[in-house]
Design a protein around this ligand. Structure first.
Ligand code: SAM
Length: 246
């Protein structure tokens, strides 16, 4: 099933629900969601909206009860099955908070399956707050029409990343020192895109990654990109050459 959202986009609000959705289910909204629908979107009893739970696709629901800080929805019918998410992971060295937030939002829109904060020798970052990043991914998924959320992994070291990826997952290592142009390097199949921190990889790390099985050093051209730009540029190129933009 293609991940392409229906066009033109529906103007119905879309919300992610933590509870599993089924036909005729009643869904109690939390105070934040009720406030958003009632006070921000100005929706009342009878209004329609779209829901997804990350597993069962997308559902049309209707507001069946509304009070000041409470709202109940009734699920009416499924509008789309769950999409097939292209099998691409993005491993990035966390950068400053605003840039990491931006990276997570955009990588969700671009369709990454899994985001892996990766600690390298030169990583300078405040503590990675997974719950905050999950919230950003949820908002991006609500907005862009995804029916599945990207998984946001616990931070791991570069060595743990290399050891855990599985040999059939091709590693595309964005190397500012040069590599194969992405236009020829990126191929269909399970992929892991790895981008370094603002200070780049150390020479030991570069050697470790370059010598790892099924790893390809890739070049993004003659300019040095910021880490988050390099990550999203590689992800967009992969979607275009090997993912679901083809
Ligand atoms: N401090 C490094 C330097 O001055 O050479 C630059 C690091 S860059 C800001 C952060 C990361 O983005 C790099 O580790 C690399 O993964 C990626 N990157 C940036 N520009 C790139 C390019 N032209 N080709 C491939 N990767 C690039």
């Amino acid at each position: 099933m293609p991940a392409t959202p229906a066009w033109p986009p529906k103007s119905l609000p879309r919300l992610f629900m933590r509870q599993a959705l089924t036909q005729d289910a009643r869904v109690e909204l939390d105070a934040g969601q009720a406030n958003y629908l009632g006070n921000v979107m100005r929706l009342g009893v009878g209004a329609e909206l779209l829901l997804f739970d990350g597993e069962s696709g997308e559902w049309l629901a209707r507001i069946s009860e509304a009070a000041k800080k409470r709202m109940t929805l009734t699920v009416e019918r499924r509008t789309r099955p769950a999409e097939a998410v292209p099998d691409v992971w993005l491993a990035f060295a966390p950068v400053k908070r605003a840039q990491t937030d931006w990276l997570v939002e955009k990588a969700t829109e671009l369709g990454a399956a899994r985001l892996v904060p990766t600690i390298t020798g030169r990583t300078i970052a405040e503590r990675v707050k997974l719950e905050r990043l999950q919230g950003i991914a949820i908002e991006a998924a609500e907005q862009c029409g995804r029916t599945r959320l990207p998984e946001i992994a616990e931070p791991i070291t570069l060595k743990q990343l290399l050891d855990s990826r599985g040999a059939d997952r091709r590693l595309y290592f964005a190397d500012e020192n040069g590599g194969e142009p992405v236009a020829t390097a990126l191929k269909p199949g399970p992929a892991l895109i790895l981008v370094g921190p603002e200070g780049g990889f150390t020479s030991d790390e570069r050697e470790l990654v370059r010598n790892s099985d099924n790893a390809v050093a890739t070049s993004l051209g003659p300019r040095i990109l910021r880490a988050e730009t390099a990550a999203l540029a590689t992800l967009a190129a992969w979607m275009s050459l090997a993912g679901d933009w083809r």
